[in-house]
Every structure is written in structure tokens, then in C-alpha cells.
Design a protein around this ligand. Structure first.
Ligand code: OVM
Length: 401
């Protein structure tokens, strides 16, 4: 086939994946995109989309063809200036990425972070005990937000003042991967002061001597990084480490409240806790999408993608691809959910995933001990975001065990 014929026959969709309608209920749209083909041209933005598990996984694995250095949002850093200096790990390719990733791999390895477990467990115990006593609360404002906002910045070694800037900053970061729509503009309303506060917390002098942040600066002392690069990696902690787990914990509470028999099963078999969180990540992915940019012409299942084109990878659609999963739309804590795309895969696969698991498993361990039933006492309210999926409000009741 000539490239002209490929252009004429490529699957095309007029859908806007960053519209309120799409974000409020993406799953029917994911289905349509998967069925349209292995790659689909989104004419509204002039980008490619992939929604099937095989193609999403293959694109994430092939970093030579699908690069990150041009940004992992809609904006092409080669054509327009990024809203902040690019991340030197997320928005970087080898060899820069190889160097920065090696440092964070070491600092965030399961072995290195197991020292955090005791503190994470203790904080989870205190918080859950208080909520069981209260019985009725907001799953977002009273649990999904305060827990990650306490334990992760403490682990990084951030001072206690000004932490109210962390969620607005995450909101900016994750909305910025989408187009300049209302969500983007609202998130950026107070961008200046929030960004200034974040940057002021990324330097060596701002960090506690025993935290994960200062460990990055130890890589300066050993000659692996420059002082500026270390500060930029602390910025990555503060960009990627909070909203992701806030939305992930919120989605966990939502799934368990909506599926009481699954919760009962988890209570009877706490060994299922680890798999239950993997299933939440598959079923209600807190991170829905990331982009890549092609570095050459490439054939995807018979469809020709050009060089330098943006490709929107629907992690959450891959997670429910019936070609990969049995009963993909069923939430089942006993299934083998590993292989979901929510942490990505390949060289950019989530470097903080052991910390995320530690947080959610600490909370779930307390819940199975103390909570007989998780009940929804009102309609959950979604918080729309160009990248993340989660809630503004989650009215819940914990029935004590
Ligand atoms: C970063 C960064 C920001 C957002 C997400 C992320 C999922 C990384 O600044 O490096 O990883």
C-alpha cells in the first residue's frame, strides 16, 4: 500500500478525549476507539490514539520509536515552549533519562523504601481509627487527600509549611498534559505563586537531612548529578508523587464501596490486598493517558504513522481491552491484574510504584481490621482532569468491625 492509500484508509474519529463528556464517562469512548482500529487518527487535534492493550504496551516498550523528549502531553516541545522547564526524567530520553532514572531507581527501590513502612502503617492506623469513630466522612477530603499529603512529603523531607500548594501544583501538572481547555486554564489560574513555592522547596537547604529528597543530593556529592539536576528530580517527586496516589486511594475506596462482595472477600482474605490494589489500578486507572511522539515513520497493525507525530496512549482503555482481559469490565479482586498499563511499562514505567503500593496497602490493612462495611451515603462527585480520573467528593460511612 502506498502512503497515500494508507492516509485515505486510516481509521478516523472526531471524538474529543479531553471534553467533559468524555472524561465523565470514558469507557464507552474507549470501546469505540479500540474497535476503530489499532491506531486511530483524532482529527480534532491532528494526533494518533491507541486504545488496545497490545499497541499501548508495544508503544511504551519501544522508546526509540515513541520518544518522551518532545513532551508526554499534547504539546510538542519542539514546536511550542513548555509551560515549565521539562522534567529530566518524565520528559527525557536516553542518555539523560538513563542517568536520572538510575538515581531514582536506587532511592525508590522496594528494598530502600521498606524503612517507610512503619511510619506509613502508624499514620494509617491513626487516621483510619479516627474515621471509624466518626463513621461518616468524605473519602476524598478526609482520607484520600490527607494520607498521601502527610506521609509522602514527610518521607521526602519537606517542611510542614505551605503544603497546601502541593495539590494545586499536581492539578497544574496533570491538566497540562491535555489541550488548553477550561480544565487547563482553571488549573493555571494561580500558577505563578504555586510554582514559585514548589521550586523553593527543591533545593538542598529546604530538605530534611534524612529524607528521600536529600538522598537525591547525595548523588551530586558522588558526581552522578549536578546540583540543578538534583533539584529538578525533587520537583519530579513533588509533581508525580501526590495526586497520583490521592486519586488512586480515592478510586480504591470507590471500588470497594461499590462492590460490597469484593470488600467482604478482601476482609476474609487480607492476602488479597496487594492484588486488590492492582485490580483498582486496572479497573479505575487514576492515570488515564500519556502521550509519546514518533521519531520515524512506523507501521502499527497496517496503519502508517508519520515521523514527529503525537500519539495518545489510552492506558485505561488498554486495561479493559477484551482482547487481553476476561470480563474486562468486571471488578474482581481475585483476578491477576498485573499487566495493566496504569504504571506504564518499559524504561519509563512508574519509578514510585513501590511507594504507591506501600501507601494503599497500609490503608487497606487498617480497613480490613477495623471496618465491616464501606457504604456510600450519597452521590460521589467527580473531579475532571485532563489526565487523572477520580473524585471531588466521596460521601462514605465506615461500619465498625
Ligand atoms: C515529573 C513528573 C510529573 C508528572 C508525572 C510524572 C507520572 C512525572 O515531573 O517528572 O510521572
Amino acid at each position: 500500500m502506498t502512503s497515500d492509500q494508507a492516509t485515505l484508509t486510516r481509521p478516523v474519529s472526531s471524538i474529543d478525549p479531553f471534553s467533559d463528556d468524555f472524561l465523565a464517562d470514558p469507557y464507552p469512548h474507549h470501546h469505540a476507539l479500540r474497535e476503530a482500529g489499532p491506531a486511530v487518527w483524532l482529527e480534532r487535534y491532528g494526533i494518533w490514539a491507541m486504545a488496545r492493550h497490545e499497541q499501548v504496551r508495544d508503544a511504551l516498550t519501544d522508546w526509540q520509536t515513541y520518544c518522551s523528549g518532545a513532551g508526554v502531553g499534547l504539546s510538542d516541545f519542539r514546536k511550542e515552549p513548555p509551560w515549565r522547564p521539562p522534567s529530566i526524567i518524565l520528559e527525557a530520553d536516553p542518555p539523560l533519562h538513563t542517568k536520572t532514572r538510575a538515581v531514582l531507581n536506587r532511592i525508590l527501590s522496594p528494598g530502600a523504601i521498606k524503612v517507610l513502612r512503619e511510619t506509613f502503617d502508624r499514620e494509617a492506623e491513626t487516621l483510619v481509627a479516627r474515621l471509624v469513630e466518626r463513621r461518616e466522612f468524605d473519602g476524598v477530603a478526609d482520607l484520600a487527600e490527607p494520607y498521601p499529603l502527610k506521609v509522602f512529603p514527610d518521607a521526602v523531607g519537606l517542611s510542614a509549611d505551605g503544603r497546601e500548594n502541593l495539590l494545586p501544583y499536581g492539578n497544574m501538572v496533570f491538566n497540562s498534559f491535555g489541550p488548553r481547555n477550561d480544565l487547563f486554564n482553571r488549573a493555571m489560574a494561580n500558577a505563578g505563586p504555586v510554582r514559585d513555592w514548589i521550586m523553593s522547596k527543591c533545593s538542598r537547604v529546604a530538605l530534611a537531612p534524612d529524607g528521600l529528597g536529600m538522598q537525591i543530593f547525595h548523588a551530586v556529592d558522588s558526581g552522578e548529578l549536578t546540583e540543578d539536576e538534583a533539584g529538578m528530580l525533587v520537583r519530579s517527586f513533588l509533581s508525580a508523587g501526590i495526586d497520583t496516589t490521592v486519586y488512586g486511594l480515592g478510586n480504591t475506596l470507590y471500588c470497594l464501596a461499590r462492590h460490597p462482595r469484593q470488600w467482604a472477600n478482601l476482609r476474609e482474605n487480607p492476602a488479597l490486598i496487594r492484588g486488590a490494589f492492582e485490580e483498582v489500578l486496572r479497573f479505575e486507572a487514576p492515570v488515564q493517558t500519556f502521550f509519546r511522539t514518533t521519531t520515524r515513520d512506523v507501521d502499527v497493525g497496517g496503519i502508517r504513522l508519520g515521523d514527529g507525530e503525537k500519539v495518545l496512549l489510552f492506558l485505561a482503555a488498554a486495561n479493559r481491552d477484551p482482547r487481553r482481559w476476561e470480563n474486562a469490565d468486571r471488578f474482581d479482586v481475585t483476578r491477576r491484574a498485573t499487566g495493566h498499563m496504569t504504571f506504564g511499562t518499559g524504561i519509563h514505567g512508574c519509578v514510585g510504584q513501590a511507594v504507591a503500593r506501600l501507601e494503599v496497602e497500609a490503608i487497606l490493612s487498617q480497613l480490613v481490621k477495623r471496618v465491616a462495611a464501606i457504604e456510600m451515603t450519597g452521590e460521589p462527585q467527580r473531579r475532571l482532569n485532563n489526565t487523572l480520573r477520580g473524585f471531588d467528593h466521596l460521601p462514605l460511612r465506615f461500619v465498625p468491625a
